[in-house]
Design a protein around this ligand. Structure first.
Ligand SMILES: [Zn+2]
Length: 342
């Protein structure tokens, strides 16, 4: 797209309260059967309209049809038993009861392709679709079958590639892989994490992105952030290899985080979705604050490669807060756009 500083979101946005309990992760659906199918589509339309009214340039489905960014995708695969639960430590941070891999994993049918076609029909704007990345998927499961994180990641990468190719055919302009696990398991990221990600995007002609953040604004994450010290240098461990990878866009957490902005220099040449909206607070940024973050990023990212974005998904936020933040993102980007165009 030709817009300078095109705005976007990391992916998820709050759901209407008639569809699912607000401000809750893994919130159960309030509808069933055909009503649920229709309700998800109505919510998607609303979410799209809110993004458009806020002036967002690259729009998405707001992840209205999924309960969770990782588990909903896995639910559609065979080889994983959701009734057989084991407690594992998610990203070395908190315990969760997760499903078990009991056999070879495979994708019998498309997962999000119909939803993407539906979104494509609603708008001519560029659309971005998020999928979980292979490493983040394996980190949300107990593996009783392959007994190897790497082997399972390669299997998921193949499955993600099948889904991604069909999303591309459905008219998706940017396919994003969410890899918050990249911020935790540096050795694995460099050994095979980036390689499995590249397998997931093999053969795609559309743009591809990887979203690497410090998580939703939930308690387990904010507590973890407090232990990371005054400078968060996690990105430094993985950027050199990501810079050389085939991925087109890197989506990052910046605003209100302790990530030193100069680390962005390590991925110079890539497009960067700069997180200018904090998802861990209900305080709505002012356009000036957004503009400040973008100006700082412009020292290390070429203007034609910078996309203002949110730090992470906004699913757990109150709806009016998320909408206010989208508007601030747009208004802040507009300030800097006008400065750049003189
Ligand atoms: Zn995130």
């Amino acid at each position: 797209m030709n817009t300078l500083l095109p705005t976007s979101t990391a992916g998820s946005l709050p759901k209407p309260s008639w569809l699912a309990q607000p401000e809750t992760l893994w919130s159960p659906w309030k509808l069933q059967g055909d009503e649920l199918v229709e309700g998800k589509q109505d919510a998607l339309r609303l979410s799209l309209q809110e993004q458009q009214q806020a002036g967002i340039d690259i729009v998405g489905d707001g992840e209205q049809s999924r309960q969770h960014f990782v588990t909903t995708f896995i639910e559609h695969l065979s080889g994983v038993d959701f009734a057989q639960r084991e407690t594992v430590r998610i990203r070395n941070r908190y315990d969760a009861s997760v499903p078990t891999v009991v056999g070879d994993v495979s994708r019998q049918k498309p997962v999000f392709v119909e939803d993407a076609k539906f979104l494509r029909k609603q708008t001519t704007q560029p659309i971005k679709w998020a999928l979980p990345g292979p490493m983040t998927m394996i980190d949300t499961l107990y593996d009783g079958h392959y007994k190897s994180r790497e082997k399972l990641a390669w299997e998921f990468a193949k499955i993600l590639n099948q889904e991604a190719k069909e999303l591309e055919a459905a008219g998706v302009d940017i396919i994003q892989f969410d890899e918050p696990a990249f911020n935790v398991f540096f050795d694995e990221v460099n050994d095979w994490g980036i390689a499995t990600l590249e397998r997931a995007l093999e053969g795609l002609k559309c743009e591809t992105a990887v979203h690497i953040c410090y998580g939703y604004g939930i308690k387990a994450n904010t507590e973890w952030k407090k232990t990371l010290g005054s400078e968060w240098r996690q990105y430094e461990e993985i950027f050199p290899k990501l810079q050389k990878s085939n991925i087109d866009i890197i989506s990052l957490e910046c605003h209100n985080s302790r990530v030193p902005m100069e680390l962005l220099e390590l991925i110079r040449g890539k497009k960067v979705m700069v997180g200018a909206i904090d998802v861990a607070t209900n305080t709505i940024e002012t356009p000036k604050e957004v503009a400040n973050t973008l100006r700082k990023a412009l020292q290390f990212v070429d203007a034609d490669k910078l996309c203002p974005c949110t730090n992470c998904g906004m699913a757990p936020l109150p709806r009016h807060v998320a909408l206010g933040k989208l508007k601030a993102l747009s208004a802040g980007a507009d300030i800097v756009r006008r400065e750049l165009l003189g």
